[in-house]
Design a protein around this ligand. Structure first.
Ligand SMILES: [Zn+2]
Length: 251
């Protein structure tokens, strides 16, 4: 394990111990519990994909559905808006809490399960992948396991292992930080990192957007963007926001 100074400790905890769930090959299966009680617990996220230190990362969109495009510097600069479901689940085989990135159509699947299994966490499900590696039309079948042992969310999640999604897996930046990203191609706290800093690569690998996982619905991939010159003089002044806020929305 890499060592770090005490003033860097917050950088480690911010991402939690997020592990990604994936089934890599056709007909792969896993037994999981979805860590929700009911439909209202499941959140969708409005996101942009940006490049940070050469890696794709998600960043929270600052715009509410009725806000003008100027409310989010990334929207205003033409970065495509994406909607994602970040599903929290417990992987029974590995005894770990993981997150599973899905397109928003997966919400319908979870809604069907929530209407039949109450609370949802109390039933184990087997997930089966149908689709070869890299196949963008891959689907997932979900089968309840009869006579699952009853359980609650607290049986699997505590302060130690709870996935940190907003502010961890999904970067949560202020209006000013996003503006600086548009102007410079980097966030203010992205200091140059020495090549030998293993902690950097470990963290990036953990939180980086998964590349290989196919979507159930094709999604427009944003073009790689390089930093753009400041265009402040020609823009109408956007709404200034100084506080971080969540734009998570329920579907
Ligand atoms: Zn936006």
């Amino acid at each position: 394990m890499a060592t770090f100074r005490s003033n860097e400790a917050d950088k480690y905890s911010s991402g939690g111990s997020t592990e990604f769930f994936s089934l890599k090959n056709d007909k792969d299966t896993a037994v999981v519990r979805f860590l929700y009680n009911e439909l209202d617990d499941i959140l969708g996220y409005s996101l942009h994909k940006v490049e940070v230190n050469g890696k794709d990362r998600y960043v929270n969109c600052l715009r509410e559905y009725n806000d003008p495009v100027t409310a989010c510097p990334l929207c205003n600069a033409g970065f495509p808006l994406m909607t994602k479901l970040i599903v929290e689940l417990y992987d029974v085989n590995t005894d770990t809490v993981k997150i599973w990135e899905r397109g928003k159509t997966f919400f319908n699947k979870l809604a069907s399960l929530c209407s039949r299994y109450k609370p949802l966490v109390a039933t184990e499900f087997e997930i089966e992948r149908n689709g070869k590696k890299g196949d963008t039309s891959t689907t997932y079948e979900i089968f309840p396991i009869p006579d699952s042992e009853k359980a609650t969310i607290e049986d699997f999640i505590d302060d130690e292992n709870a996935p940190v999604i907003l502010g961890g897996f999904i970067l949560d930046k202020t209006f000013e930080e996003l503006e600086e990203y548009i102007e410079t191609g980097a966030f203010p706290d992205d200091l140059p990192k020495p090549r030998t800093a293993k902690r950097t690569t470990a963290r990036d690998a953990r939180d980086e957007v998964a590349e290989e996982e196919p979507e159930e619905e094709p999604e427009e991939r944003p073009r790689r963007r390089t930093a753009q010159p400041a265009r402040k003089e020609t823009k109408t002044p956007p709404v200034r926001r100084t506080s971080k806020r969540s734009t998570t929305e329920r579907f």
